[in-house]
Design a protein around this ligand. Structure first.
Ligand SMILES: [Zn+2]
Length: 320
């Protein structure tokens, strides 16, 4: 029997790294997840990756040919192959991702930033299939975004285009990890909604199950569950988040005229609780020529694989 062609998709996150061998049609043959240890050193990460890479290959029964490796990471630059100034990693200012991983794993590697990866994954395997113009926002610990324009991933001059997490919502607003004040990420991420919940708990006297938790205990999932059960503070927090997110989606609509805006990441588990106020706010503020024309959707790829599939799609484009 002929060998099966596969690529390796690597989704390198601030907390964990997911890797998987993926066929051209998106079937994941084997996958694994391990801690990235962003506070240790890069050499440690590469060694760990190498061990997992060998072990996963042994799990695959059929004979495989590895065509290449796609990798997504925060601030990973498509052109230089480096991760540059990633605030949540202690691996140095410039991390030579492509050079080091190619050397150790012996395959060609291509990289881009993590949100761009989700955009490519959506285009190849998700709800963005067949669309030539759409935007993906990942609402997780932070806010990432990727833009597909005229069928292509928008890279920009520096290869870093699409940093919607750091567009400004309020010049005197919340302090962001990037050093600015009032970035979208400080409102429309899991961290952002937690900050909103604590502000509401301080400002409002209403009873709420969220009063029982400390800031560090509270998770996005807990806020979503409370909102689904009708908790007034949690519901208001989603409304507020949607209102702010919608204003910036209206701006993005004016710049890019997308067919759809796809939301992915932890915060989207709340479904309509987030979608309805976001859509309302977006439609209210958008330039009238675009009103009612942009679909607002939630990703259906599932968080388990989304980054891995995106990384695989990137690898297939380059080495397939
Ligand atoms: Zn920022």
């Amino acid at each position: 029997m002929a060998a099966t062609n596969v690529v390796l998709g690597i989704d390198l996150g601030g907390t964990q790294t997911k890797i998987g061998f993926v066929k051209k049609d998106g079937e994941v043959l084997a996958w694994d997840v391990f801690p990235s240890l962003a506070d240790k050193d890069f050499v440690h990460f590469v060694n760990q990756l190498s061990e997992k890479f060998q072990a996963l290959q042994k799990n695959i029964k059929e004979e495989i040919v590895i065509k290449g490796i796609g990798l997504g990471a925060p601030n990973a630059n498509f052109y230089t192959g480096n991760m540059e100034k990633a605030v949540n990693f202690q691996w140095g200012e410039t991390v030579p991702l492509v050079k080091s991983i190619e050397k150790v794993l012996g395959c060609q590697v291509v990289v881009t930033n993590d949100a761009n990866l989700v955009a490519i994954g959506e285009q190849e395997y998700g709800v963005g299939k067949g669309m030539k113009n759409f935007i993906v926002l990942t609402l997780g610990t932070g806010v990432g975004s990727g833009f597909i324009v005229n069928g292509e991933l928008l890279l920009g001059h520096d290869g870093m285009a699409g940093e919607m997490g750091h567009v400004n919502v309020n010049p005197n607003g919340r302090l962001c990890n990037c050093g600015s004040k009032g970035c979208l990420e400080t409102y429309a991420s899991v961290t952002g909604i937690k900050r909103t919940v604590f502000k509401l708990l301080a400002d409002m006297k209403r009873a709420s199950q969220l009063r029982d938790y400390s800031y560090n205990e509270l998770t996005g999932k807990m806020i979503a569950e409370a909102a689904l059960e009708g908790d007034p503070i949690a519901m208001r927090a989603f409304e507020y988040t949607g209102e702010i997110l919608g204003t910036k989606l209206a701006d993005a609509g004016a710049y890019f005229s997308p067919e759809a805006i796809i939301l992915a990441g932890g915060l989207t588990k709340a479904g309509d609780l987030l979608l309805i106020p976001t859509k309302k706010s977006m439609e209210k503020r958008i330039f009238q020529a675009f009103r009612g024309k942009i679909k607002l959707m939630i990703s259906d790829m599932g968080q388990k694989y989304d980054g891995v599939l995106g990384a695989a799609a990137l690898a297939w484009r380059h080495f397939g």
